[in-house]
Design a protein around this ligand. Sequence first.
Ligand SMILES: Cc1ncc(C[n+]2csc(CCOP(=O)(O)OP(=O)(O)O)c2C)c(N)n1
Ligand SMILES: [Mg+2]
Length: 407
Amino acid sequence: MRSLCNPSAFGAETGGAAGASVSDIAQLSINTIRTLSMDGVEKADSGHPGTAMALAPVMYALWQNDLKYDPADPLWPARDRFVLSVGHASMLLYSTIYLTGIRDVAKDKVLDTPSLTLEDLKQFRQLNSKTPGHPEFRHTAGIETTTGPLGQGCGNSVGMAMAEKYLAAHYNRPGFDLFDYHTYVFCGDGDMMEGVSSEAASMAGHLGLGNLIWLYDSNQISIEGSTDLAFTENVAERFRAYKWHVVTVNDVNDLAAVGKALEEARSVKDRPSLIVMHTVIGFGAPKKAGTASAHGEPLGEEEIAGAKKAYHWPWTDAFHVPEGVLEHFQEGLGKRGAKRVPTGMHCLIVIPVNIRRKLLNCVRSSSVVCRKAGTRIFRNGMPIRKVLPRVPARARSSMPLPRTCHG
Ligand SMILES: Cc1ncc(C[n+]2csc(CCOP(=O)(O)OP(=O)(O)O)c2C)c(N)n1
Ligand SMILES: [Mg+2]
């Protein structure tokens, strides 16, 4: 049987807690995500270190190698969406936001300052900090939706994937795919236990949302201990019954395997994909790896020291970011993101001139809340079938127009 705490049992004789084929800088980056997450929880004396330690390689593989995302513009409309439905593992996302250099946003404008600094990571879970216990939308740039209540991120992700399908159907032109993004979700056993994720998954399967990929952290541990206590169903079979494509990754430290699973999931266009990942919570911690005590409490000095040793991490100071890691993310995700299509310009091109003029005329005259502006657009003869082409005519005419706007 593989040891749960000894990284060398995972083929990591060289280069720390991961497969030997992983390049030094990739391994260093993964371990930086892990150690920042552990240190953040430890300093706060509260939080969930184990899942961040386990999922760091997947986070790295997805963000650095695959995600269509420009850290310089977290508002780019055609970006891939990343949802951390396991919101308790928030330090995983905060560390990544910091390391990838995502810019801050205020009043729907991208600023020239970072969303999170190292100092913000040190303020994890403190009152009014930018790094609260669970990720909050519009509180920290780079967070796509608030998560924490299990299942919620899964549910929201289906809405995001449906939105992309709508935008693509409405705005894409032959040979000009303005919207073709994916929604990726990290979810766990707790998410799978919640009814909302089942309902949403069923709908996603019914609609054949090939732009939706859930990465299920199947670690067989939950807050109270082994999942054997309360959750023994076959999740993969359930999702197959929902008409999802299912892929399995046996060792998430094998970056090539993670990359291949993601590629396979993206290649399936007519149905959503579930990637079942077998992981070890608290990976590398000498005593706590694979146990529920790595779930929701600080590891403690000894376990942190042991885990850092297992990662071949020579630094003793907390929140250490080795030279080259920030640059590495800029070379990968940063450079790739910078090549994106400037959506704003293309939006102007694809919206027909007469509609654009009407839209602007309706709202230009005075300052109005956007829902009222929308109402004005409708009342002033905006052809509603062009705005909501998929809604049957009768429903369009009877749809209530609430005063709040979620645009
Ligand atoms: C709806 C809901 N119920 C309960 C909780 C409290 N809670 C937070 S994490 C967690 C356990 C989640 O287990 P799992 O997804 O397996 O996470 P892991 O321990 O593997 O990180 C629970 C019950 C919650 N966040 N949301
Ligand atoms: Mg679990």
